[in-house]
Design a protein around this ligand. Structure first.
Ligand SMILES: Nc1ncnc2c1ncn2[C@@H]1O[C@H](COP(=O)(O)OP(=O)(O)OP(=O)(O)O)[C@@H](O)[C@H]1O
Ligand SMILES: [Mg+2]
Length: 302
């Protein structure tokens, strides 16, 4: 089946950024100093978009409900978004006069540092209509901060019969909250990484955050916690080019398998396979569908 044509779509929501990626830095800048990049790339970023792109690359229909970055940065990522195969009909333009929502990513060898400007609402006004459209069976939130800003979306999704998942993503202010299990009520699958999980566990046991908690742990693989039981599966041994987007790609593989009713070990392995694709290529999801299509003969058998 061609990418993007499988039924049972997933709606992804959360902030969409224009990533300004500064590559080949000799060192990260320190106060009072300046460093020079070898290359500059503009790319679309944010967990909701990257997970949606990897879902489409796996052949799962996916939509994105997000506010586009204000100009001139919206135009800079328009072609990438248009070529992603994601249903963008629930994306809306930023409010007139809004600040652009951008991330500056600084890359030194394998190390990365980010500066992000969040601007405007976390979710567009079109989200409720997209949830109620009947076109989706699952809602994925790209970051916990989105849920903190728009806590009503989980109840909306559940009322429309959708299951719900959420990535965590690092946000010190959100992770300092003691009420996260309550905020996550109604979320079926919660997918923090190891560092985020350690911050969460300072307030409440991980198992209290959702019926299924999946902890992504880089090269060490991932662990699923369901109540008192835990299941670990390794990462795939693969050439690591760039880990940007690995966690969001993992989400796509895991959720695609989980929605298909696969056993938990197979869901973890599907996450690892999707993440392996991400670590094997540069950047987030730019050009991903093209890459996935070049692998089409292998995928056609799915
Ligand atoms: N160095 C690596 N080698 C092999 N696989 C990796 C490596 N780093 C990440 N992965 C794969 O990616 C998955 C998710 O990685 P990670 O734990 O880095 O998520 P994350 O920190 O949420 O990533 P992100 O930076 O996208 O938010 C891992 O479970 C693993 O399958
Ligand atoms: Mg992550």
């Amino acid at each position: 089946m061609n990418p993007g044509t499988r039924p049972e779509g997933v709606l992804c929501t959360g902030r969409l950024y224009c990533d300004i990626v500064m590559g080949g830095l000799p060192a990260l800048p320190t106060p009072g100093s300046e460093v020079y990049a070898d290359r500059l790339t503009l790319a679309a970023g944010g967990g909701a978009y990257i997970t949606a792109a990897y879902l489409v690359a796996r052949g799962r229909r996916a939509g994105l409900a997000a506010l586009l970055p204000a100009e001139p940065f919206g135009a800079a990522i328009a072609d990438e978004l248009a070529g992603s195969g994601i249903d963008l009909s629930a994306c809306t333009a930023a409010a007139p006069g809004a600040e652009p929502q951008v991330t500056v990513a600084m890359i030194v060898d394998g190390e990365r540092a980010f500066v992000t400007r969040r601007a405007g609402l976390a979710v567009p006004a079109t989200l409720a209509a997209a949830i109620g459209s009947g076109r989706y069976r699952h809602l994925h939130l790209g970051e916990l901060a989105t849920l903190a800003e728009a806590p009503q979306v989980v109840a909306l999704a559940r009322a429309a019969g959708l299951s719900v998942s959420a990535d965590c993503a690092w946000d010190a202010a959100v992770l300092a909250r003691a009420d996260l299990p309550a905020l996550l009520a109604g979320v079926d699958v919660f997918l923090p990484n190891r560092v985020e999980a350690e911050a969460l566990a300072r307030h409440a046991p991980l198992a209290d955050h959702a019926p299924l908690v999946v902890i992504k742990d880089g090269a060490a693989g991932a662990e699923a916690i369901r109540g008192a039981t835990a299941l670990h599966r390794p990462a795939l041994a693969t050439r690591v080019v760039d880990t940007v987007g690995a966690g969001d790609a993992f989400n796509a593989g895991f959720l695609d398998a989980w929605l298909g009713g696969a056993a938990l070990a197979d869901c973890l392995d599907a996450g690892a396979a999707s993440a392996a694709m991400a670590v094997g290529r540069i950047g987030g999801a730019r050009g991903l569908l093209e890459d996935a299509r070049t692998m089409a003969p292998r995928r056609a058998a799915r």
